[in-house]
Design a protein around this ligand. Structure first.
Ligand SMILES: *[C@@H]1O[C@H](CO)[C@@H](O)[C@H](O)[C@H]1NC(C)=O
Ligand SMILES: *[C@@H]1O[C@H](CO)[C@@H](O)[C@H](O)[C@H]1NC(C)=O
Ligand SMILES: *[C@@H]1O[C@H](CO)[C@@H](O)[C@H](O)[C@H]1NC(C)=O
Ligand SMILES: *[C@@H]1O[C@H](CO)[C@@H](O)[C@H](O)[C@H]1NC(C)=O
Ligand SMILES: *[C@@H]1O[C@H](CO)[C@@H](O)[C@H](O)[C@H]1NC(C)=O
Length: 407
């Protein structure tokens, strides 16, 4: 088909005028029967704060050796399903990880293997929720809300409690022996938390966590990216008073959160804007937000190593074509109403999936970049955790954990 060939050419889409002409012509075949990928939503694309593509890519070091692909190893294949966040307990056991089937599981060594550690709701049943390696497919979507989807995990270093950010059940806590987690925070300012995503624990006991959007839940997260909407928040749960407070709002897909080693600031990723941000929590700049780094793709979680440096997992990548759509919300609203299936639209935008992980210092200086340039070994990475001479790499959409000897 003529149209498809045109769409295949990424450079074509980098010229706004050509895109506009193409889209105007496309009105002729526009979705009168509401078949387009976003037709069931009230789609409101907006301009968002993303750094210019060329400027970011020009300064971004490349890993010409594609070291992630070369040295990375897939472990636990078809034993874990979408292990988003990886955590180790105070005795060094683990990893613990949250799965697409709603469970938090832990690795107990070769002999015992994986065991179910916790679930986030009494609604969870094996019959309805456990779907093996189909858990990471669309087959789980209609059950997710009931079964839960544990994302960010953190152990309290003092007492061994595990804190869980669940995409549907908010912030929860479970004791060192696991079981059914207790909800801590499900509402803020009288409204339900729609999409809790990640958390970290301050030394003073406060739990900082992200709520990705007020409008879309996890299954619909792609629309947050497409719209560029910024209704996400950083929240703080205060254990003594059992209250939840809004710390920051108007964020564009706030995702990973990590408190600094000296507790003077925290960093968080804004996935839609492809960047890492910092919130000061002490000193003269207390309460102010600073930009730390622009990234070549869409960041997920951020985790600190023992030196106080930050590992960011990035799904790649931004493209020039996206940039045009990004800067022209009106183009986006037409583009994504075309009666073409989402996958072709993504392809047309030149979205080749590959993986970048990076280590940054507190000023955003790039200390290391590791890539899987073809996305052969690792795709859709969600977290990088440096532990026991290895990088442990989670993924939200695949059924394995990747590891890499490190340093
Ligand atoms: C990596 O490749 C790019 C071009 O793809 C080149 O400009 C750069 O010099 C290379 N870097 C190294 C360290 O080889
Ligand atoms: C699903 O898991 C089983 C093992 O439980 C494995 O044999 C099979 O290849 C997996 N399917 C896919 C598509 O990975
Ligand atoms: C069970 O699921 C329903 C519907 O999704 C929800 O309203 C309810 O709060 C859940 N119950 C518990 C105990 O989590
Ligand atoms: C803990 O620190 C945070 C960040 O400075 C602050 O917002 C919170 O009020 C503190 N909590 C207590 C109990 O001091
Ligand atoms: C920083 O600001 C927060 C909220 O504005 C406040 O709760 C906290 O006590 C302040 N911390 C310091 C060390 O001043």
């Amino acid at each position: 088909m003529e149209k498809k060939n045109l769409l295949k050419d990424e450079t074509f889409l980098q010229h706004p005028y050509l895109v506009a002409i193409f889209l105007v012509l496309s009105f002729l075949v526009m979705d009168p029967f509401h078949l387009g990928p976003v037709s069931e939503h009230e789609f409101r694309p907006v301009k968002h704060n993303i750094a210019p593509y060329k400027q970011v890519m020009k300064n971004w070091p490349r890993d010409n050796m594609s070291r992630l692909a070369m040295h990375g190893k897939l472990e636990f294949e078809n034993e874990v399903f979408g292990p988003e966040s990886l955590e180790f307990d105070n005795m060094g056991r683990g990893p613990y990880t949250g799965l697409a089937d709603g469970r938090v599981v832990r690795w107990m060594g070769e002999e015992l293997g994986w065991e179910t550690f916790a679930v986030v709701t009494s609604n969870w049943t094996e019959k309805i929720c456990v779907r093996g390696n189909d858990s990471t497919t669309y087959k789980q979507w209609k059950h997710e809300k009931r079964c839960g989807r544990p994302l960010g995990l953190r152990f309290d270093k003092e007492n061994g409690d595990l804190y869980i950010a669940d995409a549907y059940y908010g912030l929860l806590k479970v004791g060192p022996n696991g079981g059914l987690a207790t909800p801590l925070s499900t509402h803020v300012a009288g409204k339900p938390i729609l999409f809790a995503n990640d958390l970290d624990i301050h030394n003073n006991g406060s739990i900082f966590f992200t709520d990705t959007s007020k409008r879309y839940n996890r299954v619909a997260h792609f629309f947050i990216l497409l719209e560029g909407e910024a209704t996400g928040r950083l929240l703080r749960y205060d254990p003594p008073t059992k209250t939840t407070h809004v710390v920051l709002e108007g964020l564009a897909f706030p995702n990973g959160v990590q408190i600094s080693k000296d507790q003077s600031f925290l960093v968080f990723t804004e996935t839609t804007n492809c960047r890492l941000m910092k919130l000061w929590m002490e000193g003269p700049k207390n309460g102010t937000v600073e930009h730390v780094a622009d990234l070549p793709g869409f960041p997920d979680n951020v985790r600190m190593n023992e030196k106080g440096q930050f590992w960011v997992a990035i799904d790649c990548c931004r493209t020039g074509a996206q940039e045009v759509l990004s800067n022209n919300p009106w183009l986006r609203s037409i583009y994504f109403r075309l009666p073409i299936r989402m996958i072709y639209l993504a392809k047309a935008m030149g979205m080749k999936m590959y993986t970048v992980i990076t280590r940054l210092d507190d000023k955003g200086n790039i200390l290391e970049v590791l890539e899987d340039r073809e996305g052969k070994v690792m795709k859709l990475v969600s977290e990088v955790k440096e532990m026991n001479g290895k990088l442990w790499i989670g993924t939200v959409a695949h059924n394995h954990i990747s590891t890499l000897p490190y340093p």
